[in-house]
Every structure is written in C-alpha cells, then in structure tokens.
Design a protein around this ligand. Structure first.
Ligand code: UDP
Length: 328
C-alpha cells in the first residue's frame, strides 16, 4: 500500500511512518518542518530497506501542485500536519489557523477528487473546558471567549471535523476523524510546551520542574505506539467512515503527581516549582482542568486497549532523553 502522511516528520507522524515501513508499505511524507524535524526521520532514511520505500517532500500542504501529485499517487492519507503545542499556537495564531483550516480544506478536496481514504487528526482540545470525565465523542463542547487564543486551536480543529463530516455526508468521502489525547513517546520535543518531555529533561538536568498553576489539573497520557496501532486499524475499517473517535489513555494523573513520579523515576534531585499561568502565558490564558477520554467507541470497533502504563511510558522517555543528552 502507498501511504501519504502529512506532517510525517512530526512526532506522531514519524512513528506512523516507521510502522508502515516495518509492515512493508511505501510511505510518502510531506512536512514543512515548522514543528517537525528531519531528525525524526533520519533513522528511517538511513535504513537500507526503508529508504527504497520512503519519499520525503519538504513543502507545505498549501502547495496544491505537490499535493495533487502526492494524493493522486497514494492509496490512503493520514492528515497529521497541524500546528501543535499550546506554546506554538499562542506564539503563531495566524499560521496555526491557516494550516488547520486551509490545509485541511485542501486535503479533503483532493482526497474527494481522487477518491482516497482519509484519516484526519483532530484533538482532545475540541472538548474545551469540561470538568467531568470521561469525555464521550457526543458530549457538548464548552469554549472560553475568542480573546483567549488557546481556543482558536480547538475551534479550527472542530471546523476540520465539520468539514470532514460534511464531505462524508454529501460526497461519501471515506473519512474518519480522531481526537488525539495527550500522546507521548521518544522524539517528542518539549519546545512547544509538552509537559512530559519538558519535565523529563528538567529532571535529568536536576533543574526545577516547572508546574504551571496549582498543579491540580489532570491529564491522561498514551504511548505513541498505541496511538499508531489505532490509526493504522481505523483507516482500514469501513465502519469508521463518517465517525469521530477519541484516542487516549485512561490513567488520570494530576500534573503535580506527574512531576513527583518523574523526579523519582529519574533519580533526580530536582525540586518542584509552581509557576502562575500568567507568568508563562500572559493574562489571556486558560488551561483545561481535566481531560480523560472515554475509549469505549474505539474499543468496540477495533478492540483498542492501550498496552503501555504511564510508568512504562515515563521509563521509555527517560531512557531516550538521557541517551540523547549523553550523545549515545
Ligand atoms: N504543564 C506544566 N509545566 C510545563 C508544561 C506543561 O505544568 O512545563 C502543564 C500544562 O499547563 C497542562 C499540562 O501540563 O496543564 C499538559 O500540558 P501540555 O502542553 O503537555 O498539553 P495540553 O494538555 O495542555 O495540550
């Protein structure tokens, strides 16, 4: 099979590319390296077997000519190209909205033209500021005002979902949207705000772990390999078209407890420091206090059952980060 991965040099995209190459497929990547990096895929390009089946275009998904060629060539499309990370979105609001709206519009239009199966990555941000758990795909959505720019990301991804469902209903496009909850694993960078790579590198340097707010906000974390497993199965499942699925873990933890676990797991002497949100993000910031997915819909369709507990995820990230820091 020929698989196109937009955002294939990103954290999740590069793991997905690797899994398809391992399976024997041909992989086409398009990535503008805004938050992705060639470092994420160098090991694939250096592999004698994989490199014959890996085609990388460093370009934007807004370039119609190249997208026509790529979508025309491939059998299925995973659309993962998007602005990622709270920090990045706050710093690049215009670019984030453009990629999410215009980029996705282009991918949908071309997959419809060439009749290609499509999986669109949406986000758990779409739910907004709920306090209940678990979050079910049919739940209402609650956002803050448009002056709080964090919500622009949720709103633009929600529009991606609407556009996908509209195509499915009007043209029969074989499209599925997934709401990705916090996904973690080797190669994820803390540069754009992601908490686990940030805490792990702080702990390994014995620097203070920067807990934002009071640290009582919670998240669940999923190993990227569990996420990749689900993405590969969903895109091949006819029952998934025209549907939206949560993909995430179920082990809820406060950010403060997460910090303590990372300090212990990495034998660090770091202290834990609380920092008010406005010192980090300015006054127009709102965090999500709680974010736990219901994975029943996904479990029922493809038997999704995340295999990697949080402690194992943390060990993996700690191992990877200390090797990289030591240049091994
Ligand atoms: N966070 C933190 N310190 C950091 C980075 C993040 O306390 O150095 C918190 C952040 O405020 C949020 C949670 O960790 O409550 C998860 O943040 P992340 O950016 O990884 O993902 P989000 O769930 O916000 O998209």
């Amino acid at each position: 099979m020929r698989v196109l991965i937009t955002g294939g040099a990103g954290f999740i995209g590069s793991h997905l590319a690797q899994a398809y190459l391992q399976r024997g497929d041909e992989v086409y990547i398009i990535d503008n390296l805004s938050t992705g990096s060639l470092e994420n895929i160098n090991h694939l390009k250096e592999n004698a077997d994989y490199r014959k089946r890996l085609f990388v275009s460093i370009d934007t998904i807004l370039n119609r000519d190249i997208m026509v060629e790529l979508v025309g060539t491939c059998d299925v499309v995973h659309h993962l190209a998007a602005a990622v990370g709270v920090r990045y979105i706050l710093d690049h609001p215009m670019e984030s909205i453009n990629t999410n709206i215009q980029g996705t519009e282009k991918v949908l239009e071309l997959c419809n033209k060439f009749k290609k199966r499509l999986l669109i990555a949406s986000t758990s941000e779409v739910y907004g500021k709920h306090l209940h758990a678990p979050l079910v795909e049919t739940d209402n959505i609650i956002y803050g005002p448009s002056s709080k720019f964090r919500w622009s990301y949720a709103a633009s991804k929600l529009m991606d979902e609407f556009m996908s469902l509209a195509y499915f209903r009007t043209t029969g496009l074989q499209v599925t949207a997934v709401r990705l909850f916090n996904t973690v694993g080797p190669r994820q960078t803390g540069t754009y705000g992601m908490v686990i790579p940030r805490f792990v590198s702080q702990a390994l340097k014995n620097e203070p772990l920067t807990v934002y707010g009071d640290g009582r906000q919670t998240r669940t974390f999923t190993d990227v390999e569990d996420v990749v497993w689900a993405l590969m199965r969903l895109i091949e499942n006819d029952q998934a078209f025209g549907e939206v699925f949560n993909i995430g873990g179920t082990e809820e933890i406060t950010i403060l407890d997460l910090a303590s676990r990372i300090v212990a797991a990495s034998n660090s002497s770091s202290e834990i420091k609380r920092i008010p949100y406005d010192e980090v993000f300015g006054k127009d910031f709102e965090d999500m206090q709680r974010r736990v997915p219901s994975i029943e819909k996904l479990r029922a369709l493809i038997g999704f059952n995340p295999k990697t507990p949080l402690d194992a995820i943390l060990s993996k990230v700690i191992r990877f980060t200390s090797k990289r820091t030591n240049g091994i």
